[in-house]
Each structure stands twice: as structure tokens, then as C-alpha cells.
Design a protein around this ligand. Structure first.
Ligand SMILES: [Cu+2]
Length: 158
């Protein structure tokens, strides 16, 4: 009984905050992205924050490293394109620290592709750009990967 009344109170609170949200925010559908990562991945968390800041709505799953890698493989993305987190957006696979702007472009242009990746973990990419990196920016590229495993440069960050 006590659990139920707590739930009701929580729902009531959520209702209140929903009423305080401007209607415009509800009218605009945010792009939805689903993410798989390990619970201890700090740079994954920082990338998620970057995505939220840029207007994406995220559904996050904490899984084991093995489960995350199995998912990447099942989605058809080779290990050489792998990074710390795997995501899905509108049927596209998104691997690693891909900037939000490149995902917005992907959603707009809808190219024929498996998805986008920033392989590895580049310092200076979104989520790897916190104060702990002291402003260091290494060059990296966002790759557009095809289902046959080939890839082309989508956006180079020199
Ligand atoms: Cu990372």
C-alpha cells in the first residue's frame, strides 16, 4: 500500500512538472536515440549529455562490455569500427563519439548506409572534450559505413 501511495505521489509530481513545461516543447518531436553502454563508461555518459544538450531524447541501456560488442556485431558493424557505445537512430547504427550535428545531417539527408561511426576514442570528440583533457583536440573523422563493410568520410574534424 505504501509503495502505491509513493508511486501516486511521484506521478502527481511528474504531472505538475509536465504542466509547467511550455507547450511548444511538447509540440516539437525530439529525435529519439537508443544507446547501449557499460555502466562505468564515463565518456559514454558525457556523450549522452552532449546529445541531450543538442535536443535528442535518449533511451539508455547499461549492459556488459560483451553484450555491447555482441550487439554491434549483430547490427552488422565490424570490430574495426567499434567504440565505447552503440546506438540506434531511425534504423541507423551509431557507434562511438559521433557529434550531434552529424546525426542531424544524417536524419535530414537519409543516405543509404548502415550508419555512422567514430572508431576508437578520440580526445576532442564530443564526450571526450571535458576539462580532464585540458583542451587537447586530436583529429578524427566521422565515417559513413555501408552494409558491405566499406566506409567513406562523412565529416572530417582536422
Ligand atoms: Cu567513449
Amino acid at each position: 500500500m505504501q509503495k502505491r501511495s509513493f508511486l501516486n505521489a511521484a506521478l502527481a509530481l511528474m504531472g505538475t512538472s509536465a504542466l509547467n513545461t511550455p507547450l511548444a516543447a511538447w509540440a516539437t518531436a525530439k529525435p529519439q536515440i537508443e544507446v547501449w553502454k557499460t555502466a562505468s563508461c564515463g565518456c559514454c555518459h558525457d556523450w549522452i549529455t552532449h546529445m541531450e544538450t543538442n535536443g535528442f531524447e535518449l533511451k539508455v541501456h547499461d549492459v556488459t562490455d560483451a553484450a555491447k560488442n555482441t550487439l554491434r556485431a549483430q547490427l552488422g558493424l565490424a570490430e574495426k569500427y567499434g567504440s565505447c557505445h552503440t546506438a540506434l537512430i531511425n534504423g541507423y547504427v551509431v557507434e562511438g563519439h559521433v557529434p550531434a550535428r552529424d546525426l542531424l545531417r544524417l536524419l535530414k539527408e537519409r543516405p543509404k548506409a548502415l550508419g555512422l561511426t567514430v572508431p576508437g576514442m578520440t580526445v576532442g570528440s564530443p564526450g571526450m572534450d571535458g576539462p580532464e583533457y585540458k583542451g587537447r583536440k586530436d583529429p578524427y573523422a566521422v565515417l559513413l559505413v555501408q552494409r558491405d563493410g566499406s566506409s567513406t568520410f562523412y565529416h572530417a574534424y582536422p
